[in-house]
Design a protein around this ligand. Structure first.
Ligand code: MN
Ligand code: MN
Length: 471
């Protein structure tokens, strides 16, 4: 007997629903609570150094120990290893510790603006002191002007004294601003520029002061007054900016978005949304079969180069240390074998459909806010260039795992073919032979100073990473 039309559709057609409708009431409450914790994390963490500090503090609270101080490792042991305050790994030794790893790899840097090494100058005509900057990562520069900005980072004096700078986030703090041009006078200077050049790199200059020092002998009176303030407050001199990592980040705090408070708006979702959800996941992993490790990398936004990026040998360094503490004197071929048998999630965000610019998406292959963590079989641009594509076999394995543990997810591409594209750190792990797939929440307004994520997608990412790391 022929089946009814609805039941054939039910049987054959893909069906995805909003998690707001499919989750049980109690789980929605858990998800909302989880996003409250996530907002606190985002309020506290605006740089990779702050992320590492937060991650290690939480790890220690949960019984993770510094791998550098361990003499041996056994199943159930929890460890962490820091790389220069900017990259960190957290792991739990599995019951079959040498049969391949389960890795979730995210990045904790975010697009921003850095200070130049010689930032301070005075524009005498304007009677203002300014900081020169150099942007970091793929920002649309015009989004960073005329909004309150904060300074976060460290400065080292010539003597090696470390000074922390964090100003602009507390309610009583002053903020800093890159002033845009008033529209009344912008016709010629900005009117004919293309959007992306609306503000140019050298125009990203931060206003930091206006009071001149009361001294006739001094030419750059406002600049010297600012240096005097910095010396009194932080004990630094102008040249100390040569040895500094100071980042300019939005001074705004994370906020609920929408009447229904369904979304989190904040700076740095990319990729701290994956860092936070995978941190919570690894903290809660108990007695996994395989050794589970969450990596949190710096420098993804500028290509993962350098000694704290995902192209460094930190992965091998951590894994070799772990294997050596479990089986001293292991063979190189055993190590390569373990890498080859490992499986990884490249935990990075995707794009959720922005209703105002829908044309960049192929809707059936685009992510929707609230429909769960986005699995990307491949990333890259053009004809899948620079992509590490997950095999059909691994995609099938992940689908089966999420079906078994009831993890909502959606499979999507970033945008339309030839519309643009983007890469992740998946390929740097895939080169060891392990299976890797990209997975993270869909974000609206990615790389802007105020990105949006659905609280359902935050929750779904956490559930997905936890299930994967708990195998
Ligand atoms: Mn990212
Ligand atoms: Mn990014």
């Amino acid at each position: 007997m022929a089946k009814k039309k609805e039941s054939i559709e039910e049987e054959l057609a893909a069906k995805k629903e909003s998690m707001w409708l499919t989750l049980k009431k109690r789980e929605i409450e858990d998800a909302m609570k989880f996003s409250e914790d996530y907002k606190k994390f985002l309020a506290e963490v605006k740089t990779e150094r702050e992320a590492v500090r937060y991650i290690v503090t939480e790890a220690e609270k949960h019984g993770f120990k510094d791998l550098a101080k361990k003499k041996s490792l056994a199943p159930g042991d929890k460890f962490y290893l820091i790389n220069r305050e900017k990259t960190v790994a957290l792991g739990v030794v599995g019951k079959k510790p040498l049969e391949g790893f389960r890795l979730v790899v995210s990045h904790i840097d975010a697009p921003r603006i850095d200070l130049k090494p010689n930032p301070v100058w005075e524009d005498g005509d304007a009677a203002l002191a300014l900081f020169k900057t150099h942007y970091y990562g793929g920002i649309k520069k015009y989004q960073w002007v005329s909004r309150p900005l904060a300074l976060h980072g460290v400065v080292y004096t010539k003597e090696g004294k470390r000074i922390e700078v964090k100003i602009g986030d507390n309610p009583g703090d002053p903020v800093f601003v890159i002033p845009d041009l008033l529209p009344h006078l912008a016709r010629n200077v900005q009117g004919d520029r293309k959007l992306f050049e609306g503000i140019k790199g050298e125009e990203l200059q931060l206003v930091v002061g206006n009071i001149p020092i009361n001294d006739k002998e001094i030419k750059q009176k406002v600049k010297i007054q600012i240096l005097k303030y910095l010396n009194e407050k932080y004990g630094i001199v102008e040249e100390d900016f040569n040895s500094a990592d100071i980042e300019i980040v939005p001074a705004a705090q994370p906020r609920d978005v929408g009447f229904d408070r369904s979304m989190v708006g904040a700076y740095g979702h990319d990729d701290r949304i994956c860092a936070y959800t995978s941190l919570r996941a690894i903290l809660e992993v108990k007695e996994p079969t395989y050794t589970s490790i969450a990596f949190f990398y710096d420098k993804e936004e500028i290509g993962s180069d350098g000694n704290v990026g995902a192209q460094s040998n930190f992965l091998e360094y951590v894994l070799a240390k772990v294997v050596n503490l479990i089986k001293p004197g292991y063979l190189h071929v055993e190590f390569m074998d373990m890498l080859y048998k490992s499986k990884a999630i490249s935990a990075d965000v995707s794009a959720a459909i922005n209703p105002i610019f829908k044309s960049v998406h192929d809707i059936p292959n685009a992510a929707k806010a609230g429909y769960g963590v986005v699995i990307s079989k491949y990333t890259g641009h053009g004809g899948k260039y620079s992509s590490s594509e997950a095999t059909a076999e691994f995609m099938s394995e992940i689908r089966a795992l999420f079906a078994k543990y009831n993890v909502p997810y959606q499979v999507a591409e970033l945008g339309k073919v030839d519309e643009g594209g983007g890469g992740t750190i998946a390929k740097f792990f895939a080169k060891y032979g392990m299976d890797v797939v990209d997975m993270g929440p869909g974000i609206i307004g990615m790389h802007s100073p105020f990105e949006i994520a659905s609280k359902m997608d935050v929750w779904s990412a956490y559930r997905a990473y936890k299930v994967f790391l708990s195998q």
